[in-house]
Design a protein around this ligand. Structure first.
Ligand SMILES: Nc1ncnc2c1ncn2[C@@H]1O[C@H](COP(=O)(O)OP(=O)(O)O)[C@@H](O)[C@H]1O
Ligand SMILES: [Mg+2]
Length: 273
């Protein structure tokens, strides 16, 4: 299997920092097939109804099989970027490409199956954990076998005793793992995680982090994860994007975060450490 790794294209003026900075150094065929990229984001902009800029031209490539962290101050546009990738917010045409195809040309439901999302607070549907996990495939007329449900529970680090539990019997951390198993039942290629552990205790946080690392290793999952925790990003991300005022001002390897140059990025790092 081809190994994707990152080389950062140094672009000296900060104004150019938001240009495509991640490149995949990839093997043979995968390099030919869209350079091993999952998502390409090109000059993604958003202005609020009141005329306030929210995203100011995001340009980034998201290589497949990589865990990409996004950090930045509150209100900097992190959730908006994530939501653009599965059209929870409809981005303008010509700005977001999955495998080289404009996501506006894809069926929105199949896009959301391929690009699953977890939020800060999980919403568990009525019924049992097993019903929740079967939900997505059932919408497509597929009934997951018990064996498949147990496999998904294991993948989300839950034992078989959860099968018959209902939402009100779960802690937030367990509910988040059920939400993860339910998302994984759709066999996504990409997981979008919007601060998935900020409501969780340290043990549940570690469980989710372990799952993400396992999914990357075992399934080659591509993950884009917003986190308020720089330490978390350092534990699990391969690369981190710093988003400030709707712009990616730095893209760095997590162990080199202290080398960030943008003043707002430095301040954010200082306050978060
Ligand atoms: N639908 C919307 N209409 C108007 N403003 C919005 C909308 N969605 C987000 N915003 C604003 O856009 C900015 C970025 O929001 P968001 O992406 O949620 O930031 P973050 O996730 O980094 O905290 C915030 O100022 C927020 O108030
Ligand atoms: Mg947010």
């Amino acid at each position: 299997m081809a190994m994707a790794s990152i080389c950062q294209v140094q672009s000296s003026p900060l104004s150019e920092a938001q240009e495509c900075l991640l490149q995949v150094v990839d093997g043979e065929e995968e390099a030919a097939a869209n350079n091993g990229l999952k998502f390409q984001i090109r000059d993604l902009r958003k202005v609020s109804d009141a005329g306030v800029p929210i995203l100011n031209g995001i340009n980034v490539d998201i290589p497949k099989g990589m865990v990409v962290g996004i950090i930045g101050p509150s209100g900097s546009g992190k959730s908006t970027v994530l939501r653009a990738l599965n059209r929870l917010w409809e981005p303008p045409r010509g700005t977001v490409f999955l495998h080289g195809r404009d996501i506006l040309d894809l069926d929105v439901l199949s896009l959301r199956r391929k690009v699953g999302m977890l939020f800060q607070l999980p919403a568990i549907f009525e019924g049992t954990v097993a019903d929740n996990i079967r939900y997505g495939p059932q919408l497509r007329g597929q009934k997951l076998s018990d064996k498949e449900v147990y496999r998904l529970l294991t993948l989300a680090d839950l034992d078989s005793s959860f099968y018959n539990k209902t939402g009100n019997e779960l802690s937030v951390g367990q509910a988040q793992r059920v939400a993860l198993a339910r998302t994984l039942a759709n066999e996504p290629e990409v997981l979008l995680l919007d601060e998935p552990t900020s409501a969780l205790d340290p043990i549940s946080t570690q469980n989710i982090e372990d799952c993400i690392v396992k999914l990357k290793k075992q399934k080659g999952m591509t993950v884009v994860m917003v986190s308020h925790s720089i330490k978390q990003i350092q534990r699990i991300a391969d690369v981190v994007c710093l988003l400030v005022n709707g712009e990616i001002v730095e893209i760095l390897k997590p162990d080199l975060l202290s080398e960030a140059k943008h003043p707002m990025a430095l301040k954010f790092l200082e306050l978060s450490s």
